[in-house]
Design a protein around this ligand. Structure first.
Ligand code: SAH
Length: 350
């Protein structure tokens, strides 16, 4: 079975031709799918024969939402079941300007960040481009309207699944598909330096976000094992390459951990590190995970850290803690689901 969500129109045309079907059917089929019709039987302008062929050889693998939690702020987090029964998470957020979706790029993750729930069991497998598109289609049905913004900040490390993610970025922004403008997409990485160069070479308009979290090598490698392999020097060389090539502003994510990276010294080190880069810092109050070692600072400390960065002329925002009451941060919902033997974690059953 071929998941049609993995195919571009040209590829689907080719496959249909090989099966003795008329290639122009590809556009009709993709039109239905991207209008939200996933069953071949409901694709009314296709003949019996075409539908039978499609059912034999193709599928439209929109993941099944097995659990949907709604936060007090309206954020919805879905546990989504893939065809092989692996479970991933995706989040739907409503902003004034429209709906935004946060998707996963891998089942699990092998990056091992010490504060993150997604990586506890390591990497299980990469997702395909079609499985990434499927997450958006599933949540678009929940939203009942078009998704206009996208972040690759769910479980997994996007640049550790480079080829499928690059393919996905091309597909999801195409007019024949979901047509989400690349300027409305953000990819977040823990900092795999050589892949950041490859990403720069894609020459696209997608915003790059770097999970920095610590401004010195010694401290960063305590939190993020990836820093052993790709140290801050090579990371920032890659970022300078990216910025020279694309001239795009880089976003830095900085999860504030009480007493660990919220000190005046850390702010000063950050100032030196970011010098000369066109950038923006997004402070994320740490989402405390179950059995985690770390605590989030109180609001006063968070504000003080922001004020300090602003005084250095570094544009800084504090991320709204959307959906923290529903474990919306990275892998936490799946963890609580699995910890309870796949039993109830509250919320709506679907
Ligand atoms: N692997 C990618 C994308 C997934 S994580 C990356 O590292 O960027 C998305 C963001 O959430 C990252 O910045 C990650 O470091 C952060 N994050 C993970 N666990 C967190 C937690 N418990 N509290 C706050 N932020 C967390």
């Amino acid at each position: 079975m071929i998941n049609i969500l993995d195919l571009t129109p040209e590829e689907l045309k080719q496959k249909l031709k090989e099966s003795g079907e008329k290639p122009f059917r590809a556009d009709q089929i993709l039109n239905w799918i991207y209008e939200g019709v996933f069953s071949f039987d409901d694709m009314k302008n296709l003949g019996e024969g075409t539908r039978a062929l499609l059912k034999r050889e193709f599928s439209v693998d929109v993941p099944e939402i097995i659990k949907l939690l709604k936060s007090v702020d309206g954020t919805r987090k879905g546990l989504l079941k893939l065809k092989d029964s692996h479970i991933i998470e995706a989040v739907l957020m409503k902003y004034e300007h429209g709906y935004s979706v946060c998707i996963s790029t891998q089942v699990g993750c092998r990056m091992g960040c010490s504060f993150c729930a997604s990586t506890k069991e390591g990497l299980i497998r990469n997702l395909t481009a079609g499985e990434m598109i499927g997450q958006i289609l599933a949540l678009q049905q929940v939203a009942g309207e078009r998704i206009s913004n996208l972040v690759l900040m769910g479980s997994g490390e996007p640049l550790d699944n480079f080829d499928e993610v690059a393919r996905f970025l091309g597909m999801v922004s195409s007019p024949w598909g979901l047509a989400i403008g690349q300027r409305h997409i953000t990819l977040s990485t823990c900092g795999i330096a050589p892949r950041i160069r490859d990403f720069a070479d894609l020459d696209n308009q997608v915003t790059l976000a770097i999970s920095l979290h610590q401004p010195t090598q010694a401290e960063r490698q305590k939190l993020m094992p990836v820093a052993w392999q790709h140290d801050l020097t090579s990371l920032f060389e890659a970022l300078r390459y990216y910025q020279t090539k694309t001239n795009r502003r880089i976003s830095f994510e900085y999860a504030l951990v009480d007493g660990v990276n919220d000190t005046p010294e850390a702010a000063q080190a950050l100032r030196v590190l970011l010098r000369g880069l066109k950038c923006h810092v997004n402070l994320i109050p740490l989402n405390e995970i179950k059995d985690g070692l770390y605590k989030k600072p109180d609001l006063k400390k968070i504000e003080a850290f922001r004020a300090r960065l602003e005084s250095f002329n570094i544009p800084t925002t504090i991320r709204r803690e959307m959906g923290s009451d529903i474990d919306a941060a990275c892998g936490q919902l799946k963890r609580s689901f699995l910890d309870q033997g796949g039993d109830d974690v509250g919320g709506e059953d679907v």
